[in-house]
Design a protein around this ligand. Structure first.
Ligand code: PLP
Length: 370
């Protein structure tokens, strides 16, 4: 699905020298590289505060802790996403409220959010799934009307731009009250291990969160709030700081691969190409395969040594850990359908035209004959 070795080979010198600096200076924890990367990412995103942390799941949890969400508060999020989003809500004893998604963009459904709001609702967590932003303008308007926080889960969309209806453009992850991202190796900006970050334009919230990531300390050995230990280690920061200047190029390569896939698939009956609701950085290139052929196609691709993935095969509301009598199957027609139809094809920065040609031909031949 990804070619991390091919990507490394292209930037070996800068990455190695950045890592070596950390080793030579033995500044393994909270070293200057962490601070440099933080500043460079703030500048790239046009956001006031980036707070690095250990991974994208921690980033979500710490964002919620920073907002002061309390047990019993309801948090609305998408039924069709990676489990981390709902997991941290549950870990904090908040009440997850899963809602359906849009059938074309796969992002959280605006009408479903409106229907799910109760007096206990405190926050909405839109996930910018597969690389494009949820409808943030509508979500921020709902949040304002109901006095809710918005936490953007930007783990899959770093580097994508969001365009308001008046034409103004900002980077994803800088729109809500706070946002989280992940630097897991396969993400669009990936380290060589775990990593994550929280973004916010709110000075007070940033201050609170900087203490939370560091055992609740604002002054050494004074623990003012309950915190966690969640650090981006300096070696990961060194890798990420070396790769950040390439992020736009990497995202452009993903967009080019997606365009080539689109061109091959757009006229094939039974295949639906991913809709663009705006800028898309293609963390995943995800097709919908109609006529009940998806699972057979997965098996066929595997037999032809073509990697593929099903993100996500089970709606969160049907996962054992998150099942709840509050949920009604009739409220999730879209997710229930998507889990049967979606398939993600290889998507990374090193895809060659011949590889794309082989993949598309194999998919199309199968769909036409089944
Ligand atoms: C990857 C991912 C996360 C979690 O990130 P980790 O760094 O693996 O903890 C959270 N949300 C979404 C949508 C993701 O894709």
């Amino acid at each position: 699905m990804v070619d991390l070795k091919g990507q490394y080979n292209e930037i070996k010198e800068v990455v190695n020298s950045s890592i070596n600096e950390v080793i030579e200076t033995t500044t393994f924890i909270n070293g200057p590289k962490v601070h440099e990367f933080q500043k460079n990412l703030e500048e790239y995103l046009g956001v006031k505060h980036v707070i690095p942390c250990a991974n994208g799941t921690d980033a979500l949890q710490i964002a919620m802790m920073g907002l002061g969400l309390k047990p019993g508060d309801e948090v609305i999020t998408a039924d069709f996403t990676f489990a981390a989003t709902v997991e941290v809500i549950a870990v904090l004893n908040l009440t997850p409220v899963l809602v359906d998604v849009d059938p074309e963009t796969f992002n959280i459904d605006i009408e479903a959010i409106k229907k799910a709001i109760t007096p206990k609702t405190k926050a909405i967590v839109p996930v910018h799934l597969f690389g494009q932003c949820a409808n943030m303008e509508a979500i921020m308007a709902i949040a304002k009307a109901h006095d809710l926080y918005v936490i953007e889960d930007n783990a899959q969309a770093i580097g994508s731009k969001y365009k308001y209806t008046d034409g103004k453009e900002v980077m994803s992850g800088t729109i809500g009250h706070v946002a989280s991202t992940s630097f897991f190796p396969s993400k669009n900006l990936g380290g060589y291990g775990d990593g994550g970050a929280i973004f916010t334009n709110d000075d007070n919230l940033a201050h609170t969160i900087r203490g939370i990531v560091n055992h609740g300390m604002y002054e050494r050995y004074h623990h003012d709030v309950v915190g966690v230990n969640s650090r981006l280690d300096s070696i990961q920061a060194a890798v990420l700081d070396a790769k950040l200047p390439y992020l736009d190029t990497y995202n452009n390569k993903r967009r080019a691969a997606a365009a080539a896939y689109d061109l091959a698939f757009q006229t094939v009956e039974g295949i639906i190409i991913p809709k663009r609701s705006g800028d898309h950085v293609f963390h995943q290139y995800t097709l919908k395969i109609q006529n009940g052929n998806r699972d057979a196609l997965v098996a066929h691709l595997q037999a032809n040594a073509i990697p593929c993935g099903v993100y996500y095969p089970i709606p969160l509301h049907n996962q054992k850990a998150y099942k709840d009598v509050r949920y009604n199957e009739a409220d999730f027609p879209v997710t229930n359908q998507l889990v049967k139809e979606v398939i993600s094809l290889p998507m990374h920065t090193e895809l060659e035209p011949e590889q794309i040609a082989f993949i598309t031909k194999t998919v199309i031949d199968f769909v036409k004959n089944n």
